[in-house]
Ligand binder design. Structure first.
Ligand SMILES: [Zn+2]
Length: 243
């Protein structure tokens, strides 16, 4: 572990997690991360405590959701986490120093921030959340709460189950754009990133990128609900440094 400099930028560990951020000075205050399999299941309080005490994150209050595969997004206005945890699938805030978290294992963690760091958000989206419009709701939330326009947002999608592995039934597939459905070997495979990217473009977002790693293919690094039928989860999280 590197010594703390007070910024999560130095908290990177090749064993316990990955940064999802770009090395872009414009958003140097924004830090999106995901834990790896080696850090343990983030459903476990002790593993979670350890991850959140990485240099730079220590002392920052962590906000957790009870995720329900919906599109509800909570705006955080203070550094005190709500109790009980809200039933929702996304957070946004302009409060520096809080750590907004979602749990994932195959579903997409979607990190969004205003390019100069005016606000940040994190969203949990599997096929249900995507089909219900989580992406456009997330973009709208930045506008509603902070007057931020879609063109000023940057988006980073974390590791999730890829089109290589995500076979779905026809009744699921038909809820998605044709471009996001791949028919092969007698089955239909869903491309979650394609669906999310098209929804982002429709919402006016022009800056986005995705981590290409598949949680099922790279099961040594990540938990995969599909592959393992596991209750274990990674945690994706985002925080904003004070100015
Ligand atoms: Zn795969």
């Amino acid at each position: 572990m590197p010594e703390s400099s007070g910024s999560p930028a130095n908290a990177r560990s090749p064993y316990l997690g990955y940064t999802l951020g770009m090395q872009d000075p414009d958003c140097a205050r924004v830090h999106p991360f995901i834990t790896s399999r080696a850090a343990g299941s983030m459903k476990d309080e002790e593993a979670r405590r350890k991850a959140l005490s990485w240099p730079g994150f220590e002392g920052r209050p962590a906000f957790h959701l009870r995720q329900v595969h919906g599109t509800e997004i909570v705006a955080v206005r203070s550094s005190v986490p709500p109790s009980p945890a809200p039933e929702a699938d996304g957070w946004i805030t302009n409060v520096p120093g809080v750590v907004l978290c979602v749990f994932v294992a195959d579903c997409m963690p979607i990190c969004m921030w205003e390019k100069s760091g005016k606000a940040i958000g994190i969203f949990h989206a599997g096929w249900r959340g995507l089909a219900k419009g989580m992406v456009s709701e997330a973009v709208k939330a930045f506008q509603t709460h902070y007057g931020i326009e879609a063109k000023d947002l940057d988006v980073r999608i974390g590791p999730h189950i890829g089109k290589c592995c995500y076979r779905v039934g026809p009744e699921t597939a038909e809820q998605f754009r044709p471009q996001a459905r791949i028919e092969r070997e007698g089955g239909i495979y869903l491309d979650l990133v394609m669906e999310a990217a098209m929804a982002l473009v429709e919402s006016g977002v022009d800056s986005m990128s995705a981590d290409g790693r598949c949680t099922s293919c790279e099961n040594d690094k990540f938990f995969s609900f599909r592959r393992e039928k596991t209750d274990s989860r990674m945690m994706a999280f985002i925080t904003l440094d004070p100015k």
